[in-house]
Design a protein around this ligand. Structure first.
Ligand SMILES: Cc1cc2nc3c(=O)[nH]c(=O)nc-3n(C[C@H](O)[C@H](O)[C@H](O)COP(=O)(O)O)c2cc1C
Length: 197
């Protein structure tokens, strides 16, 4: 089975990380790290307590303590075994730590290692609007090889529910890793092209 690292931080949109973890863990091993603030937002937004969340995790999910800087994933020798690292949602605080290489907790360290090992790093950011500091940090991560993305659902697939909008954003992350899915209908997929030429 392929292995992915999914990190959930204290930005709004915990549901994105949860949906991604649930989808990936159907056929892959998911190494999951949740920040302390991620657990707070999980409770505030979804009414899910940390203890209940931990009990509900699917079989293929391995949960790590964000303070455990000695976890295997903190080493490049183990992180290279992963397909990549996804932080969803990613707070501006975590973005800043990644951009500046502070590596003070396991999430920051794993992202730092992903960049140094040239593994795929995808940050699903959530803030509005952005300050110049946020934008400079996004630039820095992009220059270092990471992918930064806002959690911005499209409307060309005619979403009818919030679930549809969540699935679009999660589907776009899966697209970035080349993972087949049917979470949203891709633009003109299955439709005839060149009809108007
Ligand atoms: C309900 C709630 C929603 C938040 N939403 C955001 C957000 O969308 N983006 C953001 O950057 N920070 C947000 N924050 C603030 C972060 O949680 C805070 O900056 C924290 O230090 C991030 O820490 P972490 O990245 O280690 O999880 C939110 C906080 C709360 C309580």
């Amino acid at each position: 089975m392929k292995q992915f690292v999914v990190c959930i931080t204290g930005a709004s949109g915990t549901i994105y990380g949860i949906r991604l973890m649930q989808y990936l863990s159907k056929e892959n091993i998911v190494h999951l790290i949740v920040s302390d603030n991620g657990y707070i937002v999980l409770d505030r937004e979804l009414g899910i307590k940390k203890s209940d969340f931990i009990k509900s995790l699917p079989e293929n999910v391995k949960l790590y303590n964000n303070k455990d800087i000695s976890a295997p994933l903190a080493s490049g020798s183990r992180l290279v075994e992963m397909e990549g690292v996804i932080v969803a949602p990613c707070s501006m605080g975590t973005l800043s730590s990644i951009a500046n290489g502070t590596a003070g907790n396991l999430i920051h360290r794993v992202c730092d290692v992903a960049l140094k090992e040239r593994k795929k790093l995808f940050l699903l950011l959530r803030e509005m609007p952005y300050s110049l500091i946020h934008i400079k940090n996004m630039e820095q991560v992009t220059l270092a090889g990471g992918i930064v993305s806002s959690a911005s659902p499209g409307f060309y697939h005619y979403p009818k529910t919030v679930e549809d909008m969540i699935n679009f954003v999660v589907g776009k992350i899966l697209d970035s890793f080349g993972i087949e899915h049917s979470l949203y209908k891709k633009w003109m997929k299955g439709e005839k092209i060149n009809e108007n030429i």
